[in-house]
Design a protein. Structure first.
Length: 154
């Protein structure tokens, strides 16, 4: 898949879910401005079905390579920054994953429960990376309880 098409798919989903971003984009382009998306940031969990390596695959199969690994101890996150090997103007990608084993039993059980509630074919779908929150909205009470430990998890 061509790099440009990858980011068009992300932009399409993002702009549909965030119509104000699309309106701002349209205002700039209507004035003749060229809007450049220089990076995207993706979040996931340390589950082997959808960890950084899985999410990065669509990029690494299309000319991207790892350029940096990061650890955010206070937030209990691991991250990786990847860039296109031969197209420096291509958007950079930052992918982070929550290290669930470093959290309470409640958070671990809740996150794993959502992850385990999905059929295996979701995790093997090459379009997984474009899916956003693959289990949809969670109950507000669950969100608040998760947020007490980690805004990232919520």
């Amino acid at each position: 898949m061509e790099t440009e098409m990858i980011f068009e798919r992300f932009w399409h989903r993002y702009s549909n879910e965030n119509p104000n971003a699309k309106r701002i984009y349209d205002l700039f382009t209507a004035r003749g401005e060229r809007v450049v998306h220089d990076h995207i940031a993706l979040q996931t969990f340390d589950d082997p079905r959808m960890n950084i390596d899985v999410i990065a695959r669509v990029f690494t199969e299309n000319g991207y390579e790892a350029r940096g690994n990061y650890e955010f101890r206070a937030k209990k996150l691991r991250g990786q920054h990847i860039e296109h090997k031969s197209a420096p103007q291509a958007p950079k990608v930052f992918i982070s994953e929550l290290l669930t084993d470093q959290f309470s039993d409640y958070l671990k059980t809740t996150v794993r429960g959502y992850l385990n509630s999905l059929v295996d074919s979701i995790y093997t779908d090459p379009d997984l990376v474009y899916g956003g929150s693959i289990w949809g909205k969670i109950p507000f009470a669950t969100y608040n309880k998760l947020r007490e430990e980690s805004e990232y998890a919520a």
